[in-house]
Design a protein around this ligand. Sequence first.
Ligand code: HEM
Length: 471
Amino acid sequence: MVTDTAVPRPRSSLPGPQGLPLLGAKMHLLQLYLHPFVRLRELYTTYGDIVVLTRNNPMLVFAFGPQHNFSLLSNPDLFYASSEKSFEKVPRGTAFTHILRNNLQHLDGEPHQRQRHLMMPAFHERQIVNYHRDIVEQTQSLLDSWGIGRELDLAREMQRLTQNVVDKTLFGLADDEKVARLRAQIHKLTKVMALGAGLPIDFPGLPYRQALQLAQKFATEMRELIEQKRGQAEATDMLTVLSQSHDEVGEKLTDDQVIGQVFAFYTTAYQTIANALTWTNFLLMQHPHILANLLAELDEKLHGAPPTSAQLSQLPLLEGVIKEGLRLFPPAIIGKRIAMSTCELGGYELAAGTTIVYSEFLTHRLPELYTEPNRFRPERWLTLEPSPYEYLPFSAGQHRCIAAPFAMQELKIVLAIMLQRYRLALRPNLKLSVDFTMRAKPGMPVRIFAQDRQFKRTPVRGPILDMLEGI
Ligand code: HEM
């Protein structure tokens, strides 16, 4: 807990690996980046649930397990998601700064609450039903392009699909050229964004100059679009909803806020869902009996058709499979918070400015929360009801993923359509691993067959075997 009657221990006594001569803590950070899953587990088993990795200012502390997740995520006034320090060097007043700052994950306190409240209508249960048709159409169109007998990289295909879904549900435009242009602008800006914010020097050839120009171009195009959307009473895409949203006293999102939030959606929306689809498919390919049971459920309820919105809540095994996939391979393996004032965590005193990392991945693999934690057991979700701090693929608290219901809907629709139509077979003997961003390395090469129910497991090699039991 954050507060305790006992006197907190000084931060100098926090357990953790010693910095190395010359390199300091850099080597530990590099190891974490290169071998995140092994290293997170090692830190926890060697040092316990509170571990310090960087002792000099600002301190970097890891806090593992549901109790610390609760402390960090349920105290938004004490633990911020973002720090003003990250942006303080970037001059205000440009389209670039507006995009950088108007991102829910970069906002805290009252500004975060206000913008989030105005964005909620885009993800309300009544609204996400409107995205259903787009998701079905985009999935069918991608699957039509797959030929029986072909080998393709499932990870790339899932990325193509989720990008197309974001394009449609977010912009709702029939003009494909315009969508492609907006998409290209977002990708280019994403590439130079961090460098530009880190070195905000407006000089030809430097990333900051490029970021300023790209942001300006994107903002100009988006302003025109927002103007159009404000006049379209019937449209149901996310941009229309955001452009027209207002609260009880008539307050609206400004154009700059809509533009920043759209940019943030775009950059977080598709890769997370693509990774979840890739790994869930992998787990199913490795567990033929579960796949057979899932297909029996889909056959019985859907008879080969895509699920309707009403049917999405009537497929318990599909739901269990997706939840279990997100437990074992959460698209965000860690998250962070920053202490806004001196505080106590796990009996230690922490200084204001300390960065504290929590881990969805590690929490989901704790044996005291999940029996056989490294085993794919979707049926556990028929009875299991963990707290929001024990199961948190979408995080918890005020910054919990605003789009979680949308993401769950997309995962269910895509899987239900795909599995009924095709059987996928993993390339035999593949050496498979997963990186810090949860991407499959070297991708997920699969061969496509018509759904003939001839399921069999294909052996895999490599680091993936250390992450799972029973494959
Ligand atoms: C399987 C898919 C997804 C996963 C696992 C996921 C995961 C997450 C996580 C862990 C956070 C919380 C970060 C924190 O607490 O600091 C988050 C926040 C967020 N996500 Fe997602 N996400 C997914 C899909 C999406 C999609 C499709 C969108 C947009 C259409 C989206 C938009 C956002 C936004 C705007 C936030 C910030 C919320 C806030 O700070 O108030 N996410 N997501």
